[in-house]
Each structure stands twice: as C-alpha cells, then as structure tokens.
Write a protein that binds this ligand. Structure first.
Ligand code: ADP
Length: 420
C-alpha cells in the first residue's frame, strides 16, 4: 500500500512520520538527533501503540535496540550511531524501516511532504517541489536562516534517495497569506515592504489550519461561518484569529520571535530596548538574537526552566516561576482580547500543542480571565489531556475546545491531494 512520509528536517535533527494513505494510519514515527556527530541518536516507534507511548521493559534480544510495550503491540527502536549528514541519516532511517519490517522496500514510499518554515509571499499553499520551488526555498533563507537551509537539505537528500516519490513542500507561513494588509504590515516606511518583504508572515500555519478545520467539524458548522481564535501553545507559541475560514491575524511576525511569551523566545519587545541592552552588554547582533531566541521567555523570567511543567510544579514556592507563568498567561489573554476586537466577536477558542493540550491549570487560568466575552470553563470537562473535546460549559456563549494538533497528518493530506 502507498505510504507517505511527513518530514521535519532541522539543522541537526530530522523528525518523520510514516503514514498509510489515504487510510491516514500512522505506521511509524521517529527522530534522528545529533546529525553530524559520532553519537547520533536514532529513535523509531512503530506498531499499534506508537501514539500511546506506553513503552516499558526490554525485548529478549537487547542487541536489536528494540523495546516493546507491555501488551507486546508497540515497539521502539533506539540506537546511537555515527551519522555524518542528512543524506546518511535518511539512508539509515529508510534501511532501518526495511530491516524492522515496517516497509518492504523504499518504493512503497510514494510521497514525501516536507515542513518548510518560510514560504514568504511566494507560497500560499503547499506545492510539488520543482527546481524553481527549491531555488525559492533557498532564497527565503534570508527570512529563516536557521530553518530553510535545513529544510532544503532534507528535501534534496530525500529526492536523491527516493527519486520516484512525489516531493511536496508544506510551508508554515502559507495559511497566513490570507491576512489583510492592515494586519500584516508594520508601521514602517512602506518602501521596506516593497524592497525587502518586511511584513508579518506568521508561523505554525499547518497547525492552525488543522485545528480550525477540526473545530468547525466539532461545532457542526461551516468553517467559513465561524470566528475562531486558535491558541498553539507549545515551546513555540502563536495565536491566530480565523475569520471566514481564513487566517485574519496572527501573533508571530516577520519571524517566529514575535508575539506571546514562549519557552525561550521573548515574544514582543520594544525594539529600542534591544539596542539599549545590546550596547550595554557588548553583544553582537547574533548574540543578541540568541538571547531573544534562546535565553528569554519562560526560561529568562523564571531563571530555572523553559518547561511549563517545571514552573507549575514550583509556582507556590518560587516567585520567579510564578511570575513567568503570570506573564505567559497575560500575553496570551492580551492577544485573545485583541483578536476578539479585530474580528468583532468570536465563536470559539481552541487550545492546542504541548501546553494547550496537556496543561489543565494553564487552560483554566486563561479561560477564567476571558469570562468577559462569555466563555465559561467546565472544570470537569477540562480535566483531560490530549483529547479532542469541548471544555466549556453547555451554556457557554463562546465555546472553548481542546484539539490535539496533527501537523504530520496535514502534511500527508497535502501530499495526497497533490498526487492526482
Ligand atoms: P514544540 O513543538 O514547539 O517543540 P510542543 O508543542 O511539543 O512544542 O510543546 C512542548 C512544551 O509543552 C514543553 O516545553 C512543555 O512546557 C509543555 N508541556 C507538555 N506537557 C505539559 C503539561 N502536562 N503541563 C504543562 N506544560 C506541558
């Protein structure tokens, strides 16, 4: 049966999910980390329980590097091996999928969908990768220097190893290309937009697209008739206003650094403060960007961790942890309020991604502060993790939904729709 691979290639890592299409069944998922090192880590989960991840105990034969689930249905392959580059990583992974009996041969993979971070104004939907598309992805490295080159490297490596598979690029920014100029332009000299494409592009588009479609299905309405605010709250976090079925505004900006407080990213900061700090600390541009991307956000404020779980654990005894949580909540509700105003109302707010899907207290703190526009949390319904459910009360004027995101499925669907 035809299989499609959804790929997310980073500079030193490669995440993948293999799906049976059009059945939309996940048959394997994995990650190769530390590409370029002698001790790269390869993890592949497969079998019936891969999503549940109830991996305990070891198989009899430890040399296989395979652990099995309690009920014997799911398996996890884990190994540390030298891997020089992406090409080797993909080769190793495909070979391992064959050895493990997940695929019979490489030809079974008929489509590969690649997550690409920056699509600029060139791509407002997913496309089959041609030389021209690849050249544009290369050129867009200006907008996403940490991501696009790695994404392009992943595309090229797969094309070499699976020349017959359809190669598709799925852009993080595409969904947001529907934003009106009033929302995507900065109040800067207009010529910077025409000359350099200086504008808001947003990110997490595939996730916002997926959860908004699911929200419409859950509410039994046409997406076009709904005003939604989708809250993708993970290590990276963004909030999107969706009107008439389209992205209307989003919190990330020219890059994913803008918007709400994130795990290690600062979110919105007065730009003049950046120069002020940079000068006093004697930081180069790259060092300053590194502070804003890697040392700020929850980590920067709390000084102890970038992980919301750690902060929630100690919030009663650690003032900085409490402050970081409060600032995170504050920024989220500010954006939601802003988007209610921009859309002149909202029908539902949607929680997704690591924090949004898993944190009962964070969802509660957010919804409780939004009661003014008529959203009421049902504490019992909210007491869940990672399920697709409504978490507002039945009489809540505005609905609150919990929808686990599934970017890989969205990527696989885009590949499928471009196969015709
Ligand atoms: P990304 O895809 O941006 O790397 P995820 O969407 O996987 O991030 O989210 C990861 C984050 O989710 C972690 O940094 C962690 O803070 C948060 N998270 C996961 N589980 C929980 C939980 N139970 N409570 C609070 N936060 C959680």
């Amino acid at each position: 049966m035809a299989k499609t691979m959804a790929v997310n290639a980073g500079s030193s890592s490669l995440k993948f999910q293999l799906l049976e299409m059009p059945a939309e069944q996940v048959i394997a998922q994995g990650v190769i980390e530390r590409i370029g090192m002698d001790d790269a880590i390869v993890t592949i989960k497969y079998g019936a329980e891969i999503v549940a991840e109830r991996l305990v105990g070891h198989s009899d034969d430890d040399e296989d590097h395979i652990t099995i689930t309690k009920d014997g249905k799911g398996k996890k392959y884990e190994n540390v091996v030298p891997i020089k580059n992406h090409q080797q990583a993909i080769n190793f992974m495909l070979q391992k999928l064959t050895d493990l009996g997940i695929i019979e041969d490489f030809q079974e993979i008929t489509g590969v969908g690649h997550r690409v971070v920056a699509g600029g104004e060139w791509f407002n939907h997913s496309v089959v990768v041609t030389d021209e598309v690849l050249a544009k992805i290369d050129r867009l490295a200006d907008y996403a220097p940490l991501h696009n080159p790695a994404n392009a490297m992943g595309i090229r490596a797969f094309q070499k190893l699976l020349p017959d598979a359809l190669s598709v690029a799925v852009f993080d920014t595409s969904f947001h290309q529907t934003m009106p100029d009033v929302n995507y332009l900065y109040s800067l000299p207009y010529e910077y937009y025409t000359r350099y494409g200086a504008r808001k592009y947003g990110a997490h588009g595939t996730s916002h697209r997926y959860v908004s479609a699911r929200a419409a299905a859950m509410l039994g309405k046409d997406l076009k008739d709904l005003k939604l605010i989708t809250l993708h709250l993970g290590a990276g976090a963004s909030i999107t206003a969706i009107k008439d079925g389209k992205s209307f505004d989003t919190s990330m900006g020219f890059s994913p650094l803008a918007g709400v407080t994130m795990a290690t990213r600062a979110g919105d900061v007065d730009p003049s403060l950046v120069y002020y700090i940079q000068e006093r600390e004697g930081l180069t541009n790259d060092e300053m960007l590194n502070v804003l991307n890697k040392k700020s956000g929850l980590l920067g404020i709390s000084t102890i961790s970038s992980d919301m779980r750690d902060l929630l654990d100690v919030q009663d005894t650690n003032e900085h942890a409490k402050l970081a949580i409060n600032i995170f909540i504050n920024r989220v509700i500010k954006y939601v309020g802003q988007y209610v105003a921009e859309m002149n109302g909202v029908d539902a707010i949607v929680f997704t991604a690591g924090i949004g899907e898993n944190s009962v207290p964070v969802r509660k703190m957010i919804v409780d502060k939004l009661s003014y526009f008529g959203v009421k949390l049902d504490d019992e319904k909210n007491n869940v993790r990672g399920e697709e459910v409504e978490i507002s009360t039945s009489d809540s004027k505005v609905k609150a939904l919990l929808i686990p995101t599934n970017e890989e499925l969205m990527i696989a669907r885009d590949v499928e729709s471009l196969k015709a």
